[in-house]
Design a protein around this ligand. Structure first.
Ligand SMILES: [Mg+2]
Length: 246
């Protein structure tokens, strides 16, 4: 860190404060207030004739293909049938989602816009990306409908890349390496999300996890999963930036 000329000052270049910052979307940046689950279930009905049980299943923290397999599995469909129908599912889901979001745009959580603007300004230090269970087209629709932009998330790992969220951090690291010629490792990879699954997904890589309690989980519920940091929301810009960069 820099000091006022003291002998302990260490240039940032030596400390290597470069970061790969990966955001979850739903519950972290925004809420689509039920639009996405409605669009998803409608598409399941259209392709498979059922969307499984209507209550008692949470989409939070799960990838889109995982949700399809879970709901349709509970409806008695075998995995092979589900997997064969997924190619037909996504275009219908995206069409339905676009219609839903045109009626009710997503709500952006406090502090999110300012945080993204600040991180985007740190171009030498920060590669900003997404790590989300959304299929890539769904992620784009939600971010654009929320006015948060799409192009500035220069890398991403999506539900369309793998059904298991635990596989996604490595995907994002590979894409960042291809883009920047630098392999982000350990605590230089920052995953920001709202569920225990977001905290757990990068643990095997030793990443830094920032949990935020704007989704379905409270600070008290997230803390036992041992994130590096937990916030009520992302509104305290200085505190969040410190957690990302220190
Ligand atoms: Mg989430």
């Amino acid at each position: 860190m820099y000091t006022d000329g003291g002998i302990s000052a260490v240039p940032l270049s030596q400390a290597d404060s470069r970061r790969l910052v990966l955001f979850d979307i739903d519950g972290t940046l925004l809420t689509s207030s039920g639009a996405a689950p409605r669009a998803f279930r409608q598409a399941l009905e259209e392709v498979f004739g059922t969307s499984g049980p209507q209550h008692g299943y949470s989409f939070a923290g799960r990838t889109d293909p995982r949700i399809a397999r879970d709901l349709l599995g509970m409806a008695g469909l075998d995995p092979g049938t589900v997997d064969r129908g997924l190619a037909a599912l996504w275009p219908l889901y995206l069409r339905n989602l676009q219609s839903e979001l045109a009626v009710v745009p997503p709500t952006v959580y406090p502090g999110v816009t300012a945080l993204l603007d600040r991180l985007e300004g740190e171009t030498d230090q920060v590669v900003m990306g997404l790590l989300t269970g959304n299929v890539d087209g769904g992620a784009r629709l939600k971010l654009e409908a929320a006015g948060l932009g799409w192009e500035r998330f220069v890398v991403g790992a999506f539900g369309s890349d793998h059904h298991d969220r635990g596989a996604l951090p490595a995907v994002a690291v590979e894409r960042a390496a291809a883009l920047r010629g630098h392999r982000f490792q350990g605590k230089a990879v920052v995953i920001i999300g709202d569920t225990p699954a977001d905290i757990a997904c990068g643990a095997h890589l030793g990443v830094r996890s920032l949990a935020v309690a704007t989704g379905d989980y409270s600070v008290q519920e997230l803390s036992p999963h041992n994130p590096d940091y937990v916030f009520e929301n992302l509104a305290d810009l200085d505190a969040v930036m410190k957690a990302v960069l220190e």
